[in-house]
Design a protein around this ligand. Structure first.
Ligand code: PMT
Length: 210
């Protein structure tokens, strides 16, 4: 079985020295990739900029920076994957006109125009073929279940791991995490708070239960 995972944040350039990003450390996605390798699967990892090391024995490691680069890599790799897990925190917006030179400060406020990035999950969901499985994450600060189920339907996911963020000690940047896994068959499974490595193994066991 071939497994494709994405992880980490994206960076959207404002100018050559500034960017918009988020607090994803890559730990959850890297833990999933590592657990899948230990289970004997062929794993490709597409990663935004993080400060942790890639797991050993990856089939392929692709390093990207922006949402556009992530989209390109994921669309290229997706056709070959039996299971794809979208754990990356991809920016929904990017500066509409990134500056070529470092911006100088001026008097008064600065207004930055942002444009939408590609929704990679949506693009992959619409390309999914029979036999391919697609799992997403939903990082939510409120209305976890309703928002997660809406995302699962809209993006044609087979599973969505709903991740309550904004709670200290879990989610973005933390060593531990807890998720509620919703399945397209209408069932759900609580995966309680534990190290991201242990959680990754439990998550994969659930995704691959047939
Ligand atoms: O990296 P860590 O510090 O370990 O933290 C892990 C995590 C909190 C980042 C991870 O567990 C998580 O929840 N990742 C998804 C974060 C997110 O962007 O969620 P979302 O609800 O905005 O997006 C929903 C789904 O669509 C996600 O699978 C996301 O990868 C995908 N998406 C979103 C936007 C976009 N432009 N393209 C996408 O593919």
């Amino acid at each position: 079985m071939k497994i494709l995972v994405n992880a980490g944040p994206t960076r959207e350039k404002i100018d050559p020295v500034r960017f918009i990003s988020n607090h994803s450390s890559g730990k959850m996605g890297y833990a999933i990739a590592e657990a899948a390798i230990l289970m004997g699967y062929e794993v490709t990892l597409v990663s935004g900029p993080v400060s942790i090391s890639a797991p050993e024995n990856l089939h392929k490691f692709i390093s990207i920076e922006s949402a556009a680069e992530m989209a390109e890599a994921m669309k290229k790799e997706f056709f070959n994957a039996d299971l794809t897990i979208l754990c990356a925190a991809v920016a929904d917006y990017r500066p509409a006109r990134p500056e070529k030179q470092k911006m100088k400060k001026k008097e008064g406020n600065l207004f930055l125009e942002l444009e939408r990035t590609e929704d990679i999950a949506l693009s992959l969901g619409s390309r999914k073929k029979a036999g391919q499985l697609l799992a997403g994450f939903a990082a939510e600060t409120n209305d976890l279940e309703a928002n997660a189920l809406t995302k699962m339907r809209k993006k044609n996911f087979d599973f969505i791991a709903a991740n309550a963020v904004g709670i200290p000690g879990r989610g973005f940047g933390a060593e531990e995490n807890a998720i509620t896994l919703y399945k397209a068959d209408g069932t759900k499974k609580e995966l309680t708070l534990k190290s991201k490595k242990e959680l990754a193994k439990e998550l994969l066991e659930e995704l691959l239960k047939r």
